[in-house]
Design a protein around this ligand. Structure first.
Ligand code: PMP
Length: 357
């Protein structure tokens, strides 16, 4: 199978194999990874190594804490403003797609929200770059890669001189390219694309951002409690974290973010070149904002679109159908997707386009 799913999505084969072995016998203990206590030295070693690897891959500063939390990235839409946005303060948000819109909706429950830009009118086909941020904003929130519409900020340094702390939803492109992660007050990402298995999200928070809002925070919502308890405030998603560890080890063996970035460029380059060369297929995103993770494209005639999708299915290509909100096709090219899968898809596109004349 060629797995182009948007998330949960493909993970490296060796991760599946090792995880499977550990379900039966974790590290020769005679116990399954699914039955060890989260407060045992066995699991503590998993957690410690996963955090250390994330710190290494991302090049984090000592004041940036790494947390594994529950609830998916969607919980962060609420937890971020609850912790960082006082009732009387305002935060700046960019509106570049569905996930950004959801983050905006949640933030409004806690304080003022200034939507500094939006590409909604165009159906989120591009990233709006003409905007200003009030220097008094509590933070500026943006989505680095818009999973549904296939747009991605190419040059993140665009945000670095905005003069306010940065909060980024990196769910669908974290660990896929080199980023100066030290520039961020807070980063969050669901694990189910490039980090590992669904059921956990990674939050990287600069401690200096915390403790500044006046509202009382529920215990489980307060980042400070999770920091104090080393992501063990309650029972964590043990297996998901373990799969993250295996994926982070794989990434290191593959040469780390710098090496995977080159591979991701090669994969996306091949697919976009193919789309551009075949008039049957139309790219969805503005050329300068094209995502290397989620490549979205269409065919004008819905009947032909359906025909191509049926062909993909026949050829063992999974997850090529676009999101229900954007339609068309979406091929997700996350870290673990082999180049050969993109070759197979592009060959199919070429032969299909030729047949359609
Ligand atoms: N943000 C982005 C950019 C996403 O792609 C997604 C999920 N695809 C989410 C947030 C929501 O993640 P979750 O389902 O883990 O809540």
């Amino acid at each position: 199978m060629h797995n182009f799913n948007a998330g949960p999505s493909i993970l490296p084969r060796e991760v599946f194999e090792e995880a499977s072995r550990s379900v039966l016998d974790f590290n020769g203990t005679g116990l399954s990874i699914l039955e060890i206590g989260h407060r045992t030295p066995l699991f503590q070693a998993v957690l410690d190594e996963a955090i250390a690897l994330l710190r290494e891959h991302m090049g984090l500063l000592p004041e940036q804490e790494v947390l594994f939390l529950h609830g998916g990235a969607s919980t962060q839409f609420m937890q971020v403003p609850m912790n960082l946005l006082d009732e009387t303060a305002t935060a700046a948000y960019t509106d570049t797609g569905v996930w950004a819109t959801k983050a905006i909706k949640e933030a409004k429950l806690f304080g003022g929200v200034d939507v500094v830009c939006s590409s909604k009118d165009s159906g989120y086909t591009y990233l709006p770059k003409e905007f200003t941020v009030d220097p008094s904003a509590a933070y500026l929130h943006f989505t680095t890669n818009n999973t549904i519409y296939g747009t991605q900020w190419q040059d993140l340094s665009f945000f670095y001189d905005k003069g306010v702390p940065l909060v980024a939803d990196m769910s669908s492109d974290i660990l896929s390219r080199r980023v100066d992660f030290t520039k961020y007050g807070l980063i969050y990402a669901g694990a189910q694309k490039n980090i590992g298995a669904a059921g956990v999200n990674v939050v990287v928070v600069n401690k200096e951002m915390l403790g500044k809002v006046s509202r009382p925070l529920p215990t489980m919502m307060d980042y400070r409690n999770h920091i104090e308890n080393g992501s063990l405030l309650n029972t964590p998603p043990v297996f998901s974290i373990y799969v993250c560890l295996l994926t982070l080890r794989w990434l290191k063996k593959a040469g780390g973010i710098a090496a995977i970035e080159k591979e991701n460029e090669r994969k996306a380059g091949l697919l976009y070149d193919t789309i551009d060369a075949l008039p049957l297929f139309k790219p969805r995103a503005a050329p300068e904002d094209r995502s290397r993770m989620n490549v979205c494209f269409t065919i004008e005639d819905p009947a032909v679109e359906a025909e191509f999708l049926a062909l993909c299915k026949e050829e063992g290509m999974v997850g090529v159908k676009g999101h229900r909100l954007s339609g068309g096709f979406r091929a997700s090219l996350y870290n673990a997707l082999p180049y050969e899968s993109v070759v197979a898809l592009t060959e199919l596109m070429r032969s299909f386009a030729q047949r359609k004349g």
